[in-house]
Design a protein around this ligand. Sequence first.
Ligand code: GRG
Length: 293
Amino acid sequence: MFDRKLKYYLDLIEDNLCKFLPKSNDLCLSFVESLNYSVLGGGKRIRPVLTLAVCDMFCGNLKIAVNFACGVELIHAGSLVHDDLPCMDNSEFRRGKLSCHAKFGEAVAVLNGDGLFLSAFEFLTNAKNHGASNDQIVKACEVLSKMAGLNGMVLGQAIDMLAGRNNLSFEVVDELSSLKTSCLFKASCVLGAIAAGVNVKIISKVNMFAKFFGLAFQVVDDMIDVVGKEEIVGKPIGADIKNDKLSYASILNLNELKQLAKTYTKKALDEIKEFENNEFLVVLLESMLNRVN
Ligand code: GRG
């Protein structure tokens, strides 16, 4: 049941992303190629799956939700392209292949990310052709721009780049992870709830579920950077430590990391336990504890 639903969501996302991306332009072929490379290049799609699953849990309209879901995925894909740039994490590999700038050059990678960030909002407004009200679209744009922007993911990345090891403490890593990772998880889940038209009390529960889901996800991510296998992760292991990054793994040992991931997972589950039809989200959340990439 879980696998069938997951495949259904993944196919829906892939199909919509594929249709949206430009197919060719003789004047800037490598730019168009780079977009298809970085968006269709094998991500787990956890964020857009969350958007669909939350909407589905509340029996909402998946045609609206898939446009919101793909908007979130474009922001995510663009953030990875920019994160890998020489001026940021300077990573040559991503998802088991060359990162975008390593394959297409820096100018293309910068434009790729710029384009994905802006076109994400085109995807959101596209939902008007599938039954979304103006109010739903405005709310979705408001949430996504807040969560991705200057007080959200971008702020998290700025802290990640600039804060330095002398600021290392659990509180700072937790704040950084809330911004850099949980914010986009919040946007993913809340946009699913907006697509389903639920009330603010429910949206606030969904928001907290996403916050803790994102934190658990980041704890496991930091753990994978220490104990993961390069051929499975698709990029060099130990990059956070090598680059002196603020990470949960620079404060906690392996057992403590596992315990923290479980604690955040339990907190996330508590936020959705009262909702009927929550089975898919529960299994998805629990499966993230054991992920290896
Ligand atoms: C949003 C305008 C705008 C700018 C972005 C570069 C940047 C600013 C942010 C980067 C933040 C960042 C790299 C956060 C890490 C989040 C994270 C855990 C990424 C890995 O996500 P997965 O495992 O990736 O879901 P896949 O490859 O599966 O898609």
